[in-house]
Design a protein around this ligand. Structure first.
Ligand SMILES: Nc1ncnc2c1ncn2[C@@H]1O[C@H](COP(=O)(O)OP(=O)(O)OP(=O)(O)O)[C@@H](O)[C@H]1O
Ligand SMILES: [Mg+2]
Length: 351
């Protein structure tokens, strides 16, 4: 299966007005295969949205590219100028549905105008009729009534607005779609509809691969093939959705899993035990493990050495490495961590 997106050692930072650097994406590497979806989970401020922005190769202050490569369907976009990215990459190669997209639609503009803007950015000579025909067909596939095209954003319900945003963002059939918490503002049934819609678009081949960002690790189980957990600007664990939800290894992923239970139909999620403490300040991240301060398994070595992502070759039940490698970023051996979790689950003390 070919790689739709390959990210190699990507590092980006914000340079603030006071010239303080915020290291929000630190040496991130992963890939997404054609037809596959990858979820990114992690607490607020850990760099999920910054990673999403960085992946598009479209940098404007205060966000700056530092190093690394982004390769979309074999094309390296890392060295491209903002104009090149805007004209040749955004919308067609990679599209991003920002976190607050629903509320960002200009209320005075008809929906068809947004679609015209997206299409004309790539095909300046596209006729009004061609644009309307394409939009109508795509809306029909997505079960959105064609008359939505003539309406204003304020006339749409929350769920419909969200689906409209997805339709607009994917009108040029991007190879990679990044959806940044598209469902957190919606009720459970609208969330499910949004997720199903994105999956349908993938199955119909209008999107070739997807990255789905959320706070909630368990939500990703039904949504994505693979999951990565991010903490303080770094990836700390990756694997198949099943492995990550049912068998997390890194103490942070384990904490994320234990702090949230999957919401029942119609019910809000219930926080059980939040992970104590807060993430480090990314202006001055610790040199050792970034999670050490909050980790109950911390040893003196953890603060002394930077920890690398390590593959531990735990293949999924199909015995394959079709998706993300099973990797974690921790000095403690996998079997030791798992033994601790097991003994805690039985009510014993941590080793
Ligand atoms: N424009 C900016 N200038 C400086 N620092 C920023 C800027 N935007 C974000 N940051 C910082 O970058 C870090 C990562 O933020 P980011 O928004 O990517 O996190 P996130 O994981 O998407 O959080 P959330 O779950 O709340 O959306 C945070 O420390 C944040 O304070
Ligand atoms: Mg965010």
């Amino acid at each position: 299966m070919k790689n739709m997106l390959e990210v190699k050692d990507l590092t980006t930072k914000y340079i603030t007005r006071f010239h303080e650097d915020v290291y929000a994406v630190d040496h991130v590497s992963f890939c997404v295969k054609e037809g596959k979806s990858v979820g990114i989970a992690g607490e607020s401020g850990c760099g999920k949205s910054t990673l999403a922005l960085s992946l598009m190769g479209y940098y404007f202050p205060p966000l700056h590219y530092t190093s690394g490569e982004i390769i979309i369907d074999g094309k390296n976009i890392s060295g491209m100028s903002p104009d090149e990215v805007r004209l040749h990459i955004l919308g067609t190669e990679i599209a991003y549905i920002p976190q607050a997209a629903m509320n960002a639609l200009n209320p005075t503009q008809r929906i068809i105008r947004f679609i015209e803007d997206v299409i004309r950015a790539h095909q300046p000579k596209a006729s009004k009729k061609d644009i309307y025909d394409l939009a109508r067909k795509r809306f029909e596939i997505l079960n959105l009534p064609a008359d939505v095209l003539q309406r204003h954003a304020v006339e749409l319900s929350g769920g419909m607005k969200q689906r409209t945003v997805i339709a607009i963002s994917t009108i040029l059939s991007p190879k990679v779609l990044i959806a940044d918490e598209p469902s957190s503002a919606l009720d459970v049934s609208s969330q499910k509809m949004v997720i199903k819609m994105i999956r349908d678009l993938m199955e119909m081949g209008y999107i070739k691969s997807m990255i789905f960002i959320t706070h909630e690790l368990p939500l990703l189980y039904n949504v994505t093939d693979d999951i990565m957990v991010m903490y303080a600007g770094q990836l700390v664990e990756s694997g198949s959705a099943k492995q990550m939800v049912f068998d997390p290894v890194h103490p942070y992923s384990k904490g994320l899993m234990d702090s949230i239970i999957v919401p029942e139909e119609g019910a809000r999620d219930i926080k059980l035990a939040a992970i104590p403490g807060t993430p480090p300040n990314l202006k001055n991240p610790p040199m050792g493990c970034r999670f050490a301060e909050r980790c109950k398994y911390m040893t003196p070595l953890c603060k002394a050495y930077a920890v690398k992502m390590t593959d531990f070759g735990d293949v999924d039940e199909n015995g394959s490495h079709q998706g993300l490698n099973r990797s974690y970023r921790c000095l403690l051996p996998v079997h030791e961590l798992k033994a601790s979790y097991e003994s805690e689950a039985k009510g014993g003390a941590a080793i």
